[in-house]
Ligand binder design. Structure first.
Ligand code: 2P0
Length: 332
């Protein structure tokens, strides 16, 4: 019989993604199944490295599984899923290095769990295809399903419930036309957020009267967004992304009590973006579970957009399309 390879070391690198059509709200909290499809671009900045020497035991110290990117608790659960799949009992330690400013709506959990899925399965000798890796990453954090892929990715909400839905909820890379897109990240506050995405989502689903209508309109936005991406129509992509994000924030504001991530400085940046558009620069905002603003624009305009936003933001970064999660070669 075929002998299973010994559990080894594996290191994987992944990048954050920013949703242009947002994921906000689950229909299954345990399996992390979203209420609607979402669509994102993976960035080339702020990578996460997840190192997984399997077969070693460890508690406490920098390798403790509790010390996860973004301070999240879910690594032991992710590790358990991989162990069950590999039919191995031994625990592994995880050492994650993260250059994403954590907890500020910059998707540190997306790159963290995508890297973890790739590293952990490799360390345990599992060979999963990209769809299975995406499903596994999803169980750590929903948005991580999209960081398995580079470029633009679509995360399917999945069909039905339970095991069927679990099998059909994964991300896949999306075909796009000729598009020179950049994302300028305007940091207005890099501190941790007051309400976690998980709590904010649940409260929005359970209490916001605007939630149902937002899910409906988000479906329509997705259809239009896919067509705009295929045409390579950056202005349409930006307009749809901006209205989808503002709609998401509107549903949150209508939750009881309100979930509000925007700060005064967020609105100052939004005003600057309006002025840029009046000056003929195609720049569009999207915001996540934090006060920072990400601005979609053409690569050729990114320097100008960043310079303009610097008056209202404490820092700006220019990101372009980045690669999907992958193993780092030196660990073989
Ligand atoms: C997104 N966000 O689509 C949305 C938009 C924030 C706002 O995905 O509960 O860390 O772990 O599945 O993926 C952030 O939420 O939430 C997120 P869980 P996650 O990017």
């Amino acid at each position: 019989p075929h002998e299973r390879p010994a559990a080894g070391h594996a290191t994987a690198v992944a990048h954050p993604n920013i949703a242009l059509i947002k994921y906000w709200g689950k229909r299954d909290d345990h399996l992390i199944l979203p209420a609607s499809d979402s669509l994102s671009m993976t960035l080339d900045v702020f990578s996460t490295t997840s190192h997984r020497p399997a077969g070693t035991r460890g508690r406490g110290g920098p390798g403790d599984p509790q010390r996860h990117p973004g301070g999240r608790r879910a690594v032991p659960a992710g590790g358990r899923l991989v162990r069950e799949r590999a039919r191995r009992a031994e625990r592994a330690v995880v050492d994650t290095r993260n250059t994403v400013p954590t907890g500020a709506g910059l998707a540190s959990s997306a790159s963290g769990f995508a890297a973890l899925a790739v590293a952990a399965t490799a360390a345990y000798g599992l060979r999963l295809d990209a769809t299975e890796l995406s499903r596994l990453a999803r169980r750590g954090s929903g948005s991580a399903s999209r960081s398995i892929f580079g470029g633009f990715a679509l995360w399917h909400a999945g069909r039905g419930t339970g095991a069927d839905a679990d099998l059909s909820s994964y991300a896949e890379p999306l075909p796009v036309g000729d598009l020179d897109a950049a994302l300028v990240i305007a940091i207005v506050d890099a501190g941790p957020k007051a309400v976690s995405s998980r709590v904010g989502m649940r409260r929005t689903v359970e209490t916001s009267p605007l939630y149902g209508p937002w899910v409906e309109s988000s479906r329509a936005d997705l259809t239009e967004m896919r067509a705009a991406l295929l045409r390579g129509d950056l202005e349409a992509v930006g307009e749809i992304a901006e209205r989808n994000a503002l709609g998401m924030h509107a549903t949150m504001l209508a939750a009881r009590p309100a979930v509000r991530y925007m700060a005064p400085a967020t609105l100052t940046v939004l005003d600057s973006i309006l002025r840029l558009r009046q000056d003929g620069v195609a720049a569009y905002a999207t915001m996540d579970a934090g006060p920072n603003v990400k601005v979609l624009c053409a690569g050729a305009d990114a320097d100008r957009v960043a310079r303009t936003l610097r008056s209202g933001a404490s820092r700006t970064y220019i990101a372009r399309l980045g690669p999907g999660a992958c193993l780092r070669a030196e660990d073989g």
